[in-house]
Design a protein around this ligand. Sequence first.
Ligand code: GDP
Ligand code: ZN
Length: 473
Amino acid sequence: MTTLFSDTIVALSTPPGAGALAVIRLSGPAAVAITASVFSKKSFAEAAGNTLHYGTLRDPNSGEILDEVVVGLFRAPKSFTREDVVEISCHGSDYVVRQVLALLLRHGARLAEAGEFTKRAFLSGAMDLAQAEAVADLIAADSALSHRVALNQLRGGFSQELRELRTRLIKFAALLELELDFGEEDVEFADRTGLAALLAEVRGVVRGLLRSFELGNVIKNGITTVIAGRPNAGKSTLLNALLREERAIVSAIPGTTRDFIEDEVSIDGLRFRFVDTAGLREDTADEVEAIGVARTRERVRKASLLLYLFDLAELTPAEVRAEILALTTGLKLPVLAVGNKTDLASAESIAAFETEFRDNPTSNANEIPLVLLAAGQNQGIEALQTALVKQVRGSALKNNASATIVTNVRHARALETAAAHLAAVQTGLDTGFGTELLAADLRHALSALGEITGEISSEDLLTSIFTQFCIGK
Ligand code: GDP
Ligand code: ZN
């Protein structure tokens, strides 16, 4: 077996700090030998891969027993790094972990650098670049949905989709290059109609992947949700209810919440970052308040979702629509209208809102979902959470038929580059550009797509094309 690295690395793979268990991982040619020299189980050095072994770790010099452990053995190439990998599960105290690490270092392992296990996995060909980046995302993932996205990317779903597209495009690129080689004016090896059809398909997929980046970003970074509304509508109270802790200052004096208070809460696998804004009031003479209103608009512009909160007893449905419109004119973001203080509101005003927002079949075009609650009584919070999730899933996922979600900025940039060049090929086809220009744009598009999976650089594109298509065969 050929190995890329001659040294064996070791690191604590679980988070530092006291836990029930800690996992210490070794990777490299001496992983098994180093472990065997401190492990009580005699048969370990010869054991098969994908096996678990129970025993004690012992310092052979002092004879001191450090811990009872379970050791997992993964033989090359059937391991994460394709090297021999050993995973030692020991007890999770800092002291034990440090002792075990020190023991392994004394017996020939070297402390791994950040990301070195994943780097080895990439360099050994166990995963492509997109997958390696997914590992980083997976480690950082802290909501159920972002975990699922990272896992899908790790399994190669995303890379696979791109690779298939590239392979089909490469065939056309090769035929175009052949035309160039042939040198005669009106020879067309590459069927222009077929190319146009494939191009339309590829552009559709790239567009879908790019759109998914918006959702991917939202999942990774949280959905910035602005809570806006007039002073005393109950914004701070609602934020508290959502966060279930007293982070925002609740005050009965109108207009006292001038600062923006942010916090995050995970609802059904989606991470929402709520921003409480200063009171929104048009006709205020108070300068500080006026600045607050302007800043609220600024916040809404940058947000992914607007939660407009109002006091059911204070505003009419028409006024609510007008205020939402004032905040969102020119913007395309999902909005939720939330009527607060159902405990104080009259039956008539509640009915008026339900008729205007919920039961009005003529206003379908820009329908704004309505939620009624009493934040101060902690009533209706769950319905609001359901509506929030529905708004995000509805607006983002309906554009993304494939299960693939792009979460990586580098991938998104490469997709944008590819999209631009694919558009240029399309224009070239439509306006009857020469083969040379078509081939050049296609080459750029292919290398952008290839950059994502890290499988190609622009120089070896031609080589790759002609190893697939040998002339005169
Ligand atoms: P903000 O200015 O929009 O942030 O409003 P606050 O959260 O500071 O709330 C203003 C006042 O309304 C406070 O006295 C709250 O206790 C009260 N309040 C909030 N929600 C409710 C509710 O559901 N019912 C009632 N009766 N009062 C509420
Ligand atoms: Zn407030």
